[in-house]
Design a protein around this ligand. Sequence first.
Ligand code: FAD
Length: 823
Amino acid sequence: SPRVVIIGAGIVGTNLADELVSRGWNDITVVEQGPLGMPGGSTSHAPGLVFQTNSSKTMSDFARYTVSKLLSLKEDGQSCFNQVGGLEVATTPERLEELKRKRGWASSWKIETRILSTDECLEMYPLLDRDSVLGGLHIPTDGLALAARAVQLLIKRTTKAGVRYLEMTPVTDIERSGGRVTGVTTSKGSIPADIVVSCAGFWGVEIGAMVGLPIPLLPLAHQYVKTSSLQVLAAPNKASNGAHLPILRHQDQDLYYREHGDRYGIGYYGHRPMPVVAASLGNTPENVSEEHMPSRLEFTPEDFQPAWEASQKLLPILRDAEITDGFNGIFSFTPDGGPIVGQHPTLDGFYVAEAVWVTHSAGVAKAVAELLTSGRSETDLADCDLARFEEVQLAPAYVSETSQQNFVEVYDILHPMQPKASPRDLRVTPFHARQQELGAVFLESRAWERPQWFEANAELLDDLPDQWRPVDRDVWSARFHSLIVAVEAWKTRTAVAMYDMTPLKRLEVHGPGAGEMLQRLTTSDVLANSKLATYTLLLDNKGGIRSDVMVARLDDESFHVGVFSPVAMDYLLREARQQSRRDGPRWVQVRDVTGGTCSIGLWGPLAVEVMKATNSIDIAGLPQHGFCEAFISGVPVLAIRLSHVGELGWEIYTSAEFGQRLWDVLWAAGQSYGVVAAGRGAMNSLRMEKGFRDWGSDMTTEHDPYEAGLGHLVDVTKQSFVGKEALVGRSERTSSRRLRTLTIDDGKSMVLGKEPVFHEGRPVGYVTSAAFAYTIRKPIAYAHLPGHILNGAFVELEYFGRLIWATVTDNPLTNVPARRERP
Ligand code: FAD
């Protein structure tokens, strides 16, 4: 097996060693700068509360795996998990609603939970203040990880299996040659390696710097205290760290609680963010103790004062106690709260698994071990992929601001559409000024400003035919939404609209080996037709969908490739680099041209009239998926006849300096045809009506093309492509689950995504996308459902605790003829 060096013997590094051993790898060295008995990182003082439920399926899956693993990790009959359950209490009506939403996620991710009344909360947790608590969410399988003990047992178990552990051995450099890691340099010499995985926790930035890899995490101090002993806890908790009550969260005040025998432990996120530079902490001492370790800073009692008052209110028993021990403990925060997992983009064999909570540690380690040993993780990694950040998001100032914001918001109630308040306007498209003139309401994604709708279209609300009028929304689903979206949908289906498609990534794939590479990586024959672009899929080696892509062959050695995420771009860049190294003359270069170019989707039944009005006859005559390079009123463009909304039209690309002129030319030509600017609100609705899938929600690496209803994109006659072997014998007919469209029966109840779907009372799936379908005047949703749930079946969706009936339909509403009306 390959030689592996793992940096860091915290909960992540030791779990990774264990997961690799269990997969048969046997040449593993774990290098730790501190003493192995207590290495001094975040794990050494982690109180270990494990609340499994998260808005992310991936994170919840990681947590569930961590719980099961720690339960099975035993010595002397005692496991490393005290499954006391979890209780999250609400002290405000908003939080009570939020807990119902959270219960929905839990059902979606197969975690058992129950909403409790005030009485039930008090029955379960008699120390709570009855007057404060409005209700709660109980999660019976949550509990306390004995993280430091788990590390010791994992070290013992893996040492027996042959893993070498080196303590008091800081890694000072990463050795490399020819684009690959070759080893690590330590204070005690060099260790050769084929694979190096940094599990260095909040020291990850320093390790990343050794290989020129910006790691977007910020170490922040977080307060944790222990109280004096309390009689009421002493009797039930004999052991000094024992606990019998559920772990408790009081998120309205940024607080959480556990018992340490007869004392309470209290963690607080309500204080000011306190960033730390790991490099400034100095060397780890030879003798780390509970009180002295690099990840533990001096307590600042004034920051804790509000927490103590709020705690005494929620748990009146604390009025008899005092704080006897406190510290400001350091751990990692990231711009979006997710961990950082993946391979260096240009240094093969160098991986990271950082910014990981104890809660997710074994799950992350399993995923990394799968990635290393089989090339893919069973769990989709998009939410934690190192490659998910765009370059601008790696800037230290961006990482610092957004990670601090993430600390502040860690227990807040966040709407799924809620954009960052700051930093904003980092990336604007060449149409920005025009969009502002039209009153664009911008949301933010990957630092791009993207119009959601345009206030200028409000004047058309009076013209909106009755059958296009939206229904009233509840307060939650009405946030970040406007009635104007209906106007933009109507205009797209009946006249013509302009969409800013610039933020979708565009790549130039170029070189003598470009065609060969794309042919190898995609499910379709992308070379078959030089006049048509190909909508196709990138799969992993088990047939999971890495991304959908649009490929246009501009000439024998040059391709325009549209991808939908930086993760897919990272994959193509890596493949190109590796092919170029392997096969010199068949080199390939992948260039991200997104920022230097821009794109307009001109879509609608009258789009062709607009195109003719610009005298762009070549473009106007293109067949479906046909493309050409041409001029529109003197602006050099590449146009592909395709749409994301299921209407006639083109995606039109030009370089950034021509963007505004392109917008103006199309806008002027469109005036006679009632053109509007339209935003992503309309686009999401229209694409769902027509059955278009979004990568990252409707399809991920956990789905194959047949499950996603995209079997028609798989060319089984093609000689070979990545993932082909795994698909042998599979088909839409044999899939055990399929992506289905659900129409909401009452015609008005909205869902937003991630809600659980029940069939005959049993959870069978979750909503991947949702929208109001204006064309049929009903809300719709997508969900992957078991194959036995047939068309016409009734299912229920749970939205804030309320059940909503929906009907399963086979294919989307593609057969619904779009209504064509002249403006
Ligand atoms: P660490 O435990 O920090 O391990 C990284 C190791 O790498 C360290 O031992 C370090 O010495 C070593 N290392 C670093 N650089 C080098 C180098 N150059 N050479 C060799 N070795 C190196 N999480 C939860 O899930 N639940 C909780 O209730 C919880 N409570 C918390 C409370 C506090 C006060 C704090 C601070 C954190 C809490 N966390 C909690 C977070 C959790 O503790 C961490 O996210 C987790 O322990 C990180 O594990 P790790 O293995 O990645 O990092």
